[in-house]
Structures are given as C-alpha cells and as structure tokens.
Write a protein that binds this ligand. Structure first.
Ligand SMILES: Nc1ncnc2c1ncn2[C@@H]1O[C@H](COP(=O)(O)OP(=O)(O)OP(=O)(O)O)[C@@H](O)[C@H]1O
Ligand SMILES: [Mg+2]
Length: 245
C-alpha cells in the first residue's frame, strides 16, 4: 500500500476576472520511506500541490489518498483529525506558538488529542533528545535560533508519529549550516524511520538530500528523476535546468 497517492489533481484559482490553472492533472505515488523533493519555478504550483496533499485545500478534480483514505471525501472536522494523526506539516516560517516553550510546542498536537499524559511526556523527551534540543526544552521560540525553531517544528510534526511528512521550503529561512542539519534530519527520518516525505524546495543542494526530484512546470509534473550520484547539488541543478528549459 502506497502511503501517498495523488491522482490526476487539478486546481484553479480566480484572480480578479482571470482564472489561473495552478495544477493541471498531476499524479504521483510514493512508497513507504520514500523522500521526494518537488522543484519548479515560482508559481509552478508546488505549494498548491502540497496543500492538496495535506488536505488544506481540496482539488477541483482528482483525488489524494493518504494510507488509502481519499481525504477529499472527509468532512472538515474529519479532515482536521485525520491530518493531526497522519500528516506532519513543516513550513518555511516555523509557525510556532510564541508563548509556548520548545517542549510545549512539540507537545501541542498531543494536547489537542488529550494525550498529554506520561506516555506523551516520554515521547516529547525522546524527540527533544533526538533533535538535539534537550537543553532548549524550556526555551520559547524567540530564545532559539532559526535552526532550533525549525527542529522544534519538525518535532511537532513528528510527535503524533504520522506516516507522511509534508514540508514546504523547510530550509527557506535557514543559513547553510542549519539548512544542512534540517536536511540530514529529514533524510534520516525517511531512511532510518521509514517516514514518507515530500519536500518543496528551490535549492538543488537541499533537493540532493531526497531520493528523487519531481519537477513542476505550469501546473504539470514534467519529470521525475533519481538523485543518485548528485550529492553535490551541481549535477542536480544542471539536470533540473535541462527539465525546465
Ligand atoms: N489562494 C490563491 N488565490 C489565487 N491564486 C492563487 C492562490 N494560491 C496560489 N495561486 C496561484 O496559483 C499559482 C501556483 O501558486 P503556488 O503558490 O502553488 O506556486 P509555488 O510553485 O509554490 O510558487 P513559489 O515558489 O513562489 O512559492 C500561482 O499563479 C499563484 O498565483
Ligand atoms: Mg510556494
């Protein structure tokens, strides 16, 4: 069973009196533990696709299946619960709650589920440890670096143990050292912990951490290629340029 399947999705937006075709028949499938990077020019539909996968928006046609559940058929309330349990979301702008500490931000999804007992506390402790944040446990976001804040956001995405992680430019606000540590973390999550990950990025050096790259152009998926032997980013950049030329 593929944990994530996208079947021929389309999505239009109205901009004034103009209709924009943000996605125009995109299909893809990811097996468990696969790490896919989505690249494409600004406006090519990357975030729209990620939002559809997360059930944050509904496609005009086509379907998204997560663990064989067609998420477009869920009610808003069912979708909120489903998302909280099955999908970990990570955004460029960490989206942490400023008044909560690192451990409280990580534990937020458990609190919303009423699962913040001792098992929850142990899980949060484990995550803080594995994310290298044990000494930041009681720090609020404004007392942490960008990299630390993004690791907290990743902890929050992981705390419910979702099968699928969706990340929209997770390194977009990070310097190169922090960016590298977030990329290594995502790679380990797929390779060691079997998480299925989709990550949108503009940066070839970041995409090189994924196993595969899917290229979007004008709302269509025009190419999907493996990153084997492209670890430096330069070969990947050249391959990507070839696709979008
Ligand atoms: N809520 C919206 N209302 C109207 N138009 C939208 C909306 N969201 C996206 N669009 C349009 O859909 C197209 C795809 O947008 P999307 O945000 O998916 O692109 P992107 O590939 O993520 O770009 P970027 O790299 O700049 O983040 C663009 O033309 C955008 O203007
Ligand atoms: Mg975007």
């Amino acid at each position: 069973m593929a944990p994530l399947v996208v079947e021929n999705v389309t999505k239009q937006f109205r901009q004034g009196d103009r209709l924009v075709q943000a996605l125009n028949g995109v299909s893809l499938e990811l097996c468990q533990g696969q790490f896919l990077a989505i690249m494409g020019a600004s406006g090519s539909g990357k975030s729209t696709l990620l939002h559809l996968m997360a059930g944050l928006a509904r496609p005009d046609s086509g379907r998204v299946l997560i663990n064989s559940i067609s998420i477009g058929e869920l009610s808003d309330r069912e979708l909120t619960l489903f998302r909280r349990r099955n999908i970990g979301l990570v955004f460029q702008s960490f989206n942490l709650i400023p008044t909560l500490t690192a451990e409280e931000n990580i534990g937020l999804p458990l609190m919303l589920e009423g699962k913040n007992g001792s098992t929850g506390a142990a899980k949060i402790g484990e995550l803080l440890e594995s994310l290298g944040l044990s000494r930041r446990r009681t720090h609020r976001p404004d007392a942490m670096s960008g990299g630390e804040q993004q690791r907290v956001a990743i902890g929050r995405a992981l705390v419910s143990d979702p099968a699928v992680i969706l990340a929209d430019e997770p390194t977009g606000n990070l310097d190169s050292a922090n960016s590298r540590s977030v990329c290594e973390l995502l790679r380990d999550l797929s390779q060691i912990h079997g998480k299925t990950i989709v990550m949108v990025t503009h940066e070839p050096t970041v995409a090189a951490y994924a196993q595969e790259v899917a290229v979007l152009k004008d709302g269509r998926l025009i190419e999907r290629f493996a990153t084997d032997g492209m670890q430096d980013g330069q070969t990947l950049a050249a391959r990507y340029q070839e696709c979008v030329r």
